[in-house]
Design a protein around this ligand. Structure first.
Ligand SMILES: Cc1cc2nc3c(=O)[nH]c(=O)nc-3n(C[C@H](O)[C@H](O)[C@H](O)COP(=O)(O)OP(=O)(O)OC[C@H]3O[C@@H](n4cnc5c(N)ncnc54)[C@H](O)[C@@H]3O)c2cc1C
Length: 408
């Protein structure tokens, strides 16, 4: 059995940051990271399309987060707000910039820079790291934890679980950390994929518009009830709606009974009258053209054709002049309110994060210590909190790692 003062299970974003802060505070104590993959920070390298969107100018706004830990965020951000997290990166030697949408990236635009600086600091501080070492079980006696792993048995006085979520299993993620926390007696809010595409139930139009991107407004409904609206670039795939605006709705879907999304693809947002006017004008000007081309001035042809078909327009090679008033109204209605019934997300492979995790009721936001088990700390995505696209998830991972590390 190998004894260390502090053991951190999970060498990802939150675990590495936590180890740095723990060792800076307690240089005399031994700190060990156990990481099941053959390198630390594998997921970090894939973030932000390889650029690592590590925070956001709006990161302290609780409205950008979801899950049972959300009610603790005000107190959490008092302990470590966005400025303190960025200061920590500055202390590591990293220069960051924010883009026009307030997203922070390393100046190098390279996730590898963030990872390297975390690794340099861990090395300088002589934090021990054992890779290829999966924690399989944890036992707690009166004043120490015993961790059984693929390699050895370890014991420690203080333990951190920063094992992330099963989102994106190709990057080595799984549910093993969550099941360790479950077995330790924590309440686990069920996991489901989030920040992911939304698969549509009726896929008949999808293959024809696969690859198309179109600006629009996306509204998520449960039956007739509007849940949330987002706008931006909508991407159509073989079987799903995708894009950041769709991703940001995905974490709400799991709890809905009858989920659907409505797309408003009008170029002038809510101006139905203007759309009808321009459409009628075009019908008048281009009487002899075929109906399949009537929306070519608004959309790429294949999207226009899919909208026309969805509006119930038949025989698209008829002349435009043959469109009836009802058909013209149906086209406008579809452009404004193109409805897709959607499935609940179940595919972790396309998800950036998960909703669910350890209940927010069981973690002290000022320290990230478990309220169920003394001397156990939980940080990062293992906590039931997930943020919108734009750097909110890494911001939480790093901030929670800082708070836990400072309190060890
Ligand atoms: C493709 C992709 C792009 C993303 N882009 C962004 C972005 O730009 N901005 C943003 O804010 N967020 C982004 N995210 C989300 C972000 O990466 C995560 O929220 C963040 O990494 C969570 O940090 P963590 O420390 O909790 O978990 P992780 O970084 O996943 O680290 C957990 C670590 O624990 C290890 N581990 C798990 N179980 C065990 C065990 N039993 N024993 C030992 N080790 C174990 C894992 O191998 C892993 O290394 C992205 C996610 C993906 C998948």
């Amino acid at each position: 059995m190998i004894y260390k003062d502090i053991i951190i299970i999970g060498g990802g974003a939150s675990g590495m940051m936590c180890a740095i802060k723990a060792k800076e505070k307690n240089p005399e104590k031994s700190v060990l990271i156990l990481e099941k993959q053959n390198k630390t920070g594998r997921k970090l390298l894939s973030t932000g399309n390889g650029r690592c969107n590590l925070s956001n100018i709006d990161a302290d706004n609780t409205g950008n987060y979801h899950g049972s830990f959300k009610k603790n965020l005000k107190s959490f951000f008092k302990s470590c707000g966005m400025m303190k997290t960025l200061e920590q990166f500055s202390n590591l030697g990293l220069t960051v910039y924010s883009d026009s949408e307030g997203r922070y990236y390393p100046f190098s635009n390279h996730a590898g820079s963030v990872l390297e600086l975390l690794r340099f600091r861990l090395k300088e501080l002589k934090v021990e790291i054992i890779c290829g070492c999966k924690a399989n079980s944890i036992d707690k006696n009166d004043n120490s934890f015993i961790i059984s792993s693929d390699k050895e048995k370890y014991s420690c006085k203080k333990l951190v679980l920063s094992t992330g979520s099963p989102a994106s299993p190709k990057l080595g993620s799984d549910k093993s950390g969550i099941s360790l926390l479950d077995k330790l007696g924590h309440k686990i809010i069920p996991l489901s994929p989030a920040l992911c595409p939304l698969e549509v139930v009726d896929k008949s139009f999808m293959p024809s518009i696969k690859g198309v991107r179109q600006k629009g407004i996306v509204s998520l409904y449960d039956g007739d009830e509007l849940i949330k609206t987002e706008s931006g670039d909508i991407q159509f795939t073989e079987n799903a709606l995708s894009g950041i605006c769709v991703f940001n709705l995905s974490s709400y879907v799991q709890n809905l009974k009858n989920p659907s999304v409505s797309l408003n693809l009008n170029y002038d947002k809510d101006n139905y009258g203007q759309l009808l006017y321009v459409l009628k004008l075009n019908i008048d000007r281009f009487k002899t053209r075929e109906i399949k081309n009537i929306l070519d001035g608004f959309y790429v042809n294949k999207l226009g054709v899919a909208i026309l078909k969805s509006a119930g327009i038949n025989k698209l090679n008829r002349p435009v002049s043959s469109l009836s008033k009802d058909e013209i109204d149906n086209i406008c209605d579809t452009i404004f309110n193109w409805t897709f019934k959607i499935k609940k997300p179940s595919d972790y492979s396309k998800a950036q994060v998960c909703s669910g995790g350890v209940s927010g009721d069981e973690i002290n936001p000022k320290t990230m210590e478990s309220k169920v088990i003394k001397d156990l700390y939980i940080c990062g995505e293992a906590v039931d909190i997930n943020g919108d696209c734009g750097g909110f998830n890494l911001n939480f991972a790093f901030s929670s790692g800082i708070i836990a590390g400072e309190n060890l």
